[in-house]
Design a protein around this ligand. Sequence first.
Ligand code: TXA
Ligand code: MG
Length: 337
Amino acid sequence: MHTLRLNAGQVEEAAAILRRGGLLGIPTETVYGLGANGLDGQAVAHIFEAKGRPQDNPLILHIPTADWLERYCEDIPAAAYTLAERFWPGPLTMILRHKPIVPRGVTAGLDTVGMRCPAHPVCRAILAAADLPVAAPSGNTSGRPSPTNMADMLEDMEGKIDGIVDGGPCQVGVESTIIDLTEQPPRLLRPGGVTLEELEEVLGEVAVDPAVTRLMGAGEQPRAPGMKYRHYAPKAPVTVVQGEPADGARYIRRHLADGDGVICFNEFVPLFEGHPVEPIGPKDDPAEQARRVFDALRYFDGTDVTHIWAQCPDRSGIGLAVANRLNKAAGFHIVQA
Ligand code: TXA
Ligand code: MG
């Protein structure tokens, strides 16, 4: 199957692919998604096939406006509307109880569903034109870094999807924040573009799922099924180096062997001359680091480096999301400089 390239203006063509049960690469502000009609069980099944995604990993439903929540969810707490008011459209997914209309393929048999109203203007135009809730996981092959531009998504999905819309590079670069509103206090399942601090401003206390900051032990289950998979794992093993950035850079330089690659803050690139280096942004700019972290990991997948050393921001703001993605890529192999 040839994958049709669409430009940002071809909204009707994109919506038609969704309406007829096809698979569409769709830009969002976080990462590119692999979208299908979220009410069509068969179309949803094709998402799992194209990604090689485990069947027990549920999908997020993307909706054009918050007033669609009632169509698919029940027992919606007031906090959902407060969060929607403040952060939608935007990079926030809320876990809520679902109505029977949501296909089992979306929920993976859970009694909850993830709901998100994305901010990317092209995505919003497609959702409005299709007039459907769009089920969309990130557009990577299962286990690879999420795609943050059209070329990265085509690398994984060329020939497996009907079309893809070019919406430019993603502005956030890491997937949406996931907050579970079915328990009290609400629980952060995945950090992303809406920060923990921002959620706490609105919700008060927020529990942080242990899967966000450490490796789950045998018999432990993260609340977001997808957080248990060793996502974003490049072929070479990754070691994350925490601590003051200059100390971390010196630590890496001391331990660096021939054939090793480095993911570092821009300031420290000169320290690693002669090695493959992917700078992810200035040390004090975690938003830029978020935009570049998946590209850096994807780059090393295409090289034969033997080991990857990665600098990592502290856990405030969107730094928590960057640290989470790097730590997952490292299988939580973290050292302190
Ligand atoms: O930014 C995003 O959220 C992107 C774009 C395309 O919108 N989508 C995305 O989807 O990252 P995906 O499928 O790659 O990640 C969704 C995560 C998975 O870890 C999944 O297990 C979790 O959300 N999830 C989905 N439904 C859930 C539910 N009902 N309860 C708990 N976790 C859920
Ligand atoms: Mg994903």
